[in-house]
Design a protein. Sequence first.
Length: 117
Amino acid sequence: MLSGRFKNDSLGAEDWRKSNPRFQGKAQMTNLIVADEIEAIAQNKACAAAQVALAWVMAQGDHVLTIPGTTRLENLETNVGSYDISLEPSELDALIRLAERVGGERYDELGMRTIYG
């Protein structure tokens, strides 16, 4: 979603995101707005939205490590580039507020049961 790739109903019939609550209904609409706001921060910093998101995670403390998954070398290079992104206190505050607005459960019911038993 942060890449801007899924801004409409472009998900294929077999795409796992179709069952993800964050890509459905009102949650999807809310999350697209959040993604747009993260993209605005990224544009201001001349970097990718994914880099802003990873930089925010890393800014949560030295005890936090990101483990982003990817299938493309160019995405790996983008992810590694997030280590060069410095977020201002005002940007960190804005990103915290955006994180609080994310809609939908992380996984569908089966996925949540798998995690929490």
